[in-house]
Design a binder for this molecule. Sequence first.
Ligand SMILES: *[C@@H]1O[C@H](CO)[C@@H](O)[C@H](O)[C@H]1NC(C)=O
Ligand SMILES: *[C@@H]1O[C@H](CO)[C@@H](O)[C@H](O)[C@H]1NC(C)=O
Ligand SMILES: *[C@@H]1O[C@H](CO)[C@@H](O)[C@H](O)[C@H]1NC(C)=O
Ligand SMILES: *[C@@H]1O[C@H](CO)[C@@H](O)[C@H](O)[C@H]1NC(C)=O
Ligand SMILES: *[C@@H]1O[C@H](CO)[C@@H](O)[C@H](O)[C@H]1NC(C)=O
Ligand SMILES: [Fe+2]
Length: 471
Amino acid sequence: MMRPSSSSSSSSVGIVFAVLGLALNAAVLCNGGITSSFVRQAEKSVDMPLDSDVFAEPPGYNAPQQVHITQGDHSGKAVIVSWVTMAEPGSNTVLYWSEKSKVKMQAEASVVTYKYYNYASGYIHHCTIRNLEFDTKYYYEVGSGHVRRKFWFVTPPEVGPDVPYTFGLIGDLGQTYDSNMTLTHYELNPAKGKTVLYVGDLSYADNYPNHDNVRWDTWGRFVERSAAYQPWIWTTGNHEIDFAPEIGEFEPFKPFTHRYPVPFRASDSTSPSWYSVKRASAYIIVLASYSAYGKYTPQYEWLQQELPKVNRTETPWLIVLVHSPWYNSYNYHYMEGETMRVMFESWFVEYKVDVVFAGHVHAYERSERVSNIAYNIINGMCTPVKDQSAPVYITIGDGGNIEGLANNMTEPQPNYSAYREASFGHASFDIKNRTHAYYSWHRNEDGYAVEADSMWFFNRYWHPVDESSSS
Ligand SMILES: *[C@@H]1O[C@H](CO)[C@@H](O)[C@H](O)[C@H]1NC(C)=O
Ligand SMILES: *[C@@H]1O[C@H](CO)[C@@H](O)[C@H](O)[C@H]1NC(C)=O
Ligand SMILES: *[C@@H]1O[C@H](CO)[C@@H](O)[C@H](O)[C@H]1NC(C)=O
Ligand SMILES: *[C@@H]1O[C@H](CO)[C@@H](O)[C@H](O)[C@H]1NC(C)=O
Ligand SMILES: *[C@@H]1O[C@H](CO)[C@@H](O)[C@H](O)[C@H]1NC(C)=O
Ligand SMILES: [Fe+2]
């Protein structure tokens, strides 16, 4: 029962193995889908030491570091540029110009600092640049005098139903040698995204004594090589909570919210933990697994009002990002996403969400289109069933952080699980037009162009047919 939607995955796996001259066992077929026969060598994931090349501070007194950008409004005409200066506030100005006009413009940042236990942050600058032109390359400069640093980004095309656009998916990255492999594979993938959808758990600084926030700084320097050039859309994970009453730290999400601003007000949200953005032909809803979502809570009320606002004529692709997966067949964080699933799953079916990306479990898994919404506590109907209005659920918490790989799976593989594999990697979601998007997952052990799992997505609103029966 190898479905057509998964067949390309096993064939590309086969090619790699043939090239490597290794024996390939057939994928193990269980009650459910495919448990990959690829077994990644089990070894400890080790954080890169502080003196690693990827953590080097840029040269020059007070040089801007940890430069990163994210979308700054609801439709993609604004960008938030953030950077840190360590010694003093320094210049607050971002100089920017489009490749077309070359006329230099400037925007002013605000500066924040925070303390966390015995750590005092550098000067964290955030600057929203507005009224950008769509589909345009901009250069920008931060810093002053001898320590000016120049970067660039490309704005997305104007929002519209048939605008092709490619998103990268990364989760639970951390800062190990494996994290560096994941980022390198993302950068060198020929199908590389233009924007990263990041599903939470950034630095893993909280694994250090007193949540050593120096590891937030090293992470910022590590990802700058990508995050300064393309927006990363942020989701909060449990490693962003940093709630540590034992050391007097009572404010949840303090380091994260000081460092990684998001445009939540542009989608009428009251919290940076949940919000939405439109980008090209996609509508992206970011949810918060670690903020209240029960009935009557702000997040619940917001999502209830948000879903009817999505105009699928304008943005056919409806993508949800959340940290804790709702469908997960690994023996890690099992059922942790269950309470949120109970609250929101029927809405996702009603509004035909195309795909839900989650992290948290440090492995890869893709579900069938299933829903589990019939249960009412007395009817016993509590089995996930095939449902063509339901999203595909993808766990992509395989960035490679210090906590290592999740390789213990529930057996047999449940039938809602289409493909699962305990490897590190990243994915890309390549929207072709309003009806078709091509999804692929890439493991770190393969060549940059190799796809270990892939699937054609047919849009739930414009092309609501079963992918597996007609591809
Ligand atoms: C991280 O990856 C980059 C790009 O492949 C490489 O240049 C660098 O040396 C790596 N650093 C470490 C510490 O592995
Ligand atoms: C939805 O978007 C389309 C295309 O932009 C537009 O013509 C239409 O008026 C919008 N519908 C609503 C209800 O706003
Ligand atoms: C899984 O199997 C159960 C019991 O046989 C069935 O009711 C259900 O529809 C199946 N789900 C999927 C996603 O195939
Ligand atoms: C895998 O997880 C199950 C359930 O938590 C546990 O009983 C089992 O011992 C684990 N197996 C290994 C090899 O750790
Ligand atoms: C949408 O993209 C798919 C895949 O590239 C293509 O087969 C299809 O013809 C396109 N549809 C339109 C209307 O261009
Ligand atoms: Fe997590």
